[in-house]
Design a protein around this ligand. Sequence first.
Ligand code: ADP
Length: 729
Amino acid sequence: MSLANKLAEERRGRLAAERLLELKQAELSAANRKLGRHAAALQGEIVETRAEVANVRTENERVRTALGQANQKVEVAERRLWHSVQTITDGFAIFDSDNRMVAANASYLAIFDKVAEIKPGVSYITILQILTDEGIVNTGNLAADDWRRMMAERWLKAEPEPITIRLWNDQYVRLVDRRGQAGDMVSLGLNITESVEYEKQLKAARAEAEAASRAKSAFLANMSHEIRTPMNGVVGMAELLADTGLSEEQQLYVDTIKNSGEALLVIINDVLDYSKIEAQKLQLHPEPFDLERSIHEVIMLLQTSARDKGLTLLLDYDLFLPTTYIGDPGRIRQVLTNLMGNAVKFTQEGHVLVRVLGVPNPETGQAEVTIIIEDTGIGIPEDKIDHIFGEFNQVENDRNRQFDGTGLGLAISQRLVDLMEGEVWVTSEEGTGSCFGFRIPLKLSDEALPEHPPVPEGLRRVLVVDDLAANRLILQRQLEQLGLGVICCASGQDALQHLDEVDLVLTDHNMPEMDGLELAEAIHATGSTVPILLLTSNPGFAANDPGAQRLFGIAQKPVTRAELFSRLQSVGPIAASAPEVAATDAAPPLMRVLAAEDNKTNQLVFTKMVKDAAIDLKFASNGLEAVDLFQSFAPDIIFMDISMPKMDGKQAAAEIRSLEAEHGGHVPIVAMTAHAMDGDDQGILAAGIDHYLTKPLRKAAIHEHLVAECPPSAQPPFEDAETPGQDVG
Ligand code: ADP
């Protein structure tokens, strides 16, 4: 190889090496640049991390300080809480779920009087033991063992009832314990000694107040009785004096004495009742009673004044409604007397209709009984409707001013119905009439309704004659309830067409064109022997009419279902055999009347009141004598005073009823009572007394009872056509 070749080759080699070097250098510097960038990035990261570390450090520092502060606060709070717990005078302790004391305040510990064991860690059972062993607690009737057992059982309950314990020094502590979530028990011991003392004082004060109130009630009752007894003398004698042929002027004086006396008695009763209700001293006395009969008694009471005005009193007692309930019959009668009395008082013509509705609920054993009293009287102006239930409130207008009254009746009635948890309402149209209603819940009486014995044989169809549709309907429903067929006629003429179809005629007395007695004559004239029962609001008057001899019987209107039924019972045999009712020639004996009355003045009043009656009258001066005379004299009726020495009227009546239970019979007993206080009439009717009259007695009321109870075999007490019962209003 030539040198030149070698040189060229070397040069080529060197050039190649130079190029390689260049290449590597370029790579190196690229790598360097990359490294440089990386280093720069790393540098940045380090700076950031450092900053972060610094941040975390300061944060740590802050948290640490905050924690320290928080700890301090907690300590303060705990200390405060504990100081507070320590300062409260009630005992406070915490127990853990093992029933060991965790902490207790000073008041809690104080009770234990520094017994060494009582400190945190002590168990509740040990505490109970110490309480009894050291005589700290007064366990009363319980033996120490029993007391601890009772307390331990209570403690272990999930939610122990609060309990009051009594300490040796007569301090009372009420323990209220609550279990927390983790099973801890927080125990509070409240010192209630003051409340207990206060309660004792209250009880004593209440007993004292009740005694005082009883004394007041007794005083009121006495006063009522004491005023009524002499009033009986005043009013009774005035009534008798009025019959002794006085000059017109004297007559006026006597009437004034009588009317004022009666008005005074009404006021006394109202005011007494009202003050009792106001003092919340009026209590209801529930007892079994017959609602229909109560309404009847009120109707009888008002019959005289209604009749004097020519008003008809009607009773429509819901067919499916039982009649016996448990309620306060005296108070219910009082409400009825007031509402029905007002209806009669404020009605000059037309009728007063009493409707009794209700549906018994066997599930509750109750019935919501609604009683509605509808009249055709003067009515009440619309703007006065709300006013009249207020005390002493009356409608003040010309029409109204002629009626007297205290304006207390409705206020008393409303309160009585409130007491019975019922309600009262009224709707009225001035000039047309008023409709007062009240609804009371009444318990159905367990005493089964007296079963109606079967209707006598031979009595299947009854003819009802009455010009008033309401009356026909009421009778029709009652008779159909007994399973009888009923034909209704609105007039006597009409009735005469149906005589062959019936076994009995029930006729009203007062009817236009042909009245009940004329109808009886007309029936007799046809040759029919069908028995006729006259329903009249004035039996005394009817009995004296010649037409009465055509009658089978006379009944006072309105008739209760019981009364109606007993009349039907006696019709049965007659209807079956249909004999002529023959009159006997021999003079019948006098009706025997026994009056039991201890007060001589009142005996005199009674004697004078019946002086015109053809009766055989005997007096008993006490209950014992009354029972004796009942046996020896066999009276047809007994008038019985209630408060009498030796044996009172109620006892005497009960005695007579038990004698009758042995020997049979039922003499009507009419109580005469001066009592008008709460609950006085309860027990009177329960003693087996049939009716009662409140003193002062009224001649008319006595005469009515004589006429109504005169047995068919005796001479009627009033011979002539005198109309007993119309002379007194
Ligand atoms: P008193 O009847 O003693 O006045 P009440 O409280 O019983 O008292 O009645 C208050 C008033 O309500 C009566 O004075 C009368 O104006 C009116 N009133 C009550 N019932 C009726 C009625 N049936 N018809 C018309 N007004 C009546």
